[in-house]
Design a binder for this molecule. Structure first.
Ligand code: F6P
Length: 428
């Protein structure tokens, strides 16, 4: 991964090279803290050891019974689905991957109606084993398998923590069970069983994903100028401190669209604490040049844009044409157009004083994805250290869970009373 922060300087919010140089001493201290946390496999920091501690052979052995699958359906939510989805949606495979990471009844029914469940591996993923959406979807999928005459215990494996409902289910029905590594929050778990089991079933090179991640891990250093990950973490933090409260994350590759969704959870759930944080706005190039770019260039000076691209990609020629006014496009290629628009958008943001950062990998392949995923995780941890945040927890998401559980009769929760007592002002 390469991080180009040249366009992050001189815009508005204003960030100078001197300010970054001054911040570099804090980056050195942050690196020391991170290195110590990694050395002791501390909660959260353990995620940055996964390039070394993940066991691809163990994963491949666990999913070997499902090698004949035509599809793999993951039932999970948040970090228990987005990492695997990032890899699945970025890479080609003969084995289709589907994800049930919401409880939208129409979507769930449509997805299940379209699946041959007799040839689908079902991967139920929940670290806690208590997530209502995941458990509800599992019960629906199991019923659908029963209705299809499929022995669900032969097509299902779980990825979960050491105890809880899924662990009990696996033990009761002797299901293959993969362990969620200890000390790794869901949004940091892609480089583990949680993110790699689907990739293994799809035949992707899991070792190459981990190798790319390991390369980026090797480049963690005591200066932001020596580490692409820390350069990104420190620069986004410094811009946030100066008013960039939004980070528009804009990959120029359809294959990286889900990666932006994964990044959004990582960034929001890790850094949105104590009134701080930076809102990740998911965007896609070139498409969002025809929508959100207007806001980025001419709206409030409260954001930065992160532009992500591979420097190599398969291409497709645009045929020559004698159509009036289109001749300049004929004979080009779609990749040439996409790259020209990437660079034009980057320059247009800079011309409008909108700070922007360029992240590049060679190709969207297993190694490049490993570099990006680890790089963003390490950048996030660096930002969290600089901001003195509790990067690895997410207490604010619990209120809504208690309210919903109360509304469903799952216990007495004052949050549910607050829902029932909502002030209403309906306009119809
Ligand atoms: O793996 P679990 O325990 O089902 O959690 C799923 C997701 O829900 C959260 O815990 C938030 O509720 C995320 O941090 C996590 O990725």
């Amino acid at each position: 991964m390469r991080t180009d922060i040249g366009n992050a300087l001189g815009g508005e919010p204003a960030l100078t090279r001197d300010a970054l140089d001054e911040l570099d001493a804090d980056v050195a201290a942050a690196h020391e803290r991170i290195a110590a946390g990694m050395a002791d496999d501390e909660f959260g920091y353990a995620a940055l050891n996964l390039p070394e501690t993940a066991d691809p052979d163990r994963i491949r052995t666990a999913v070997a019974p499902f090698a004949d699958s035509a599809a793999v359906l993951t039932v999970g939510i948040g970090g228990s689905a987005l990492g695997a989805a990032t890899l699945a949606n970025a890479l080609e495979s003969d084995v289709d991957a589907y994800f049930l990471d919401n409880v939208d009844p129409e979507h769930t029914s449509r997805l299940l109606d379209g699946l041959d469940l007799s040839r689908t591996a079902v991967n139920v993923v929940s670290n806690s084993g208590t997530t209502a959406e995941t458990l509800s979807n599992f019960l629906v999928v199991r019923e659908a398998m029963d209705s299809a005459g499929v022995n669900w215990t032969e097509r299902t494996f779980v990825t979960t923590g050491p105890e809880g409902n899924l662990r009990n289910l696996a033990e009761k029905h002797d299901l293959p069970a993969l362990d969620v590594p200890a000390g790794v929050p869901g949004r940091f778990s892609v480089l583990s069983t949680v993110g790699l089991a689907v990739a293994a079933i799809q035949g992707h090179d899991v070792d190459a994903v981990l190798a790319g991640a390991a390369d980026e891990r090797e480049r963690l250093a005591g200066s932001l100028y020596d580490s692409p990950a820390y350069a990104y973490g420190a620069t986004t933090y410094a811009l946030a401190e100066r008013g960039a409260v939004t980070n528009a994350f804009m990959p120029y590759a359809e294959s990286l669209e889900t990666f932006a969704e994964w990044f959004a959870q990582l960034w929001a759930e890790s850094l949105g604490k104590d009134g701080q944080g930076q809102t990740p706005a998911r965007a896609l190039g070139a498409t969002d040049q025809h929508s959100q770019l207007q806001l980025y260039r001419a709206g409030p000076r409260d954001k930065l844009v992160t532009l992500v691209r591979p420097t190599e990609r398969a291409d497709r020629d645009v045929p020559e044409t004698d159509l009036e006014g289109l001749s300049y496009l004929g004979g080009q290629s779609l990749g040439t157009l996409l790259d020209a628009e990437f660079e034009a958008t980057e320059a247009s943001l800079t011309a409008a004083d909108c700070p922007n950062v360029r992240l590049e990998i060679d190709r969207v392949d297993e190694r490049g994805l490993g570099e990006l995923l680890f790089g963003m995780e390490a950048a996030c941890v660096c930002y969290g250290e600089l901001a003195d945040l509790s990067t690895f927890t997410q207490p604010a998401v619990e209120w809504g869970k208690r309210a919903a559980r109360g509304l469903l009769g799952g216990g007495e929760f004052e949050e549910a009373e607050a829902v029932r007592g909502k002030d209403r002002l309906v306009v119809e």
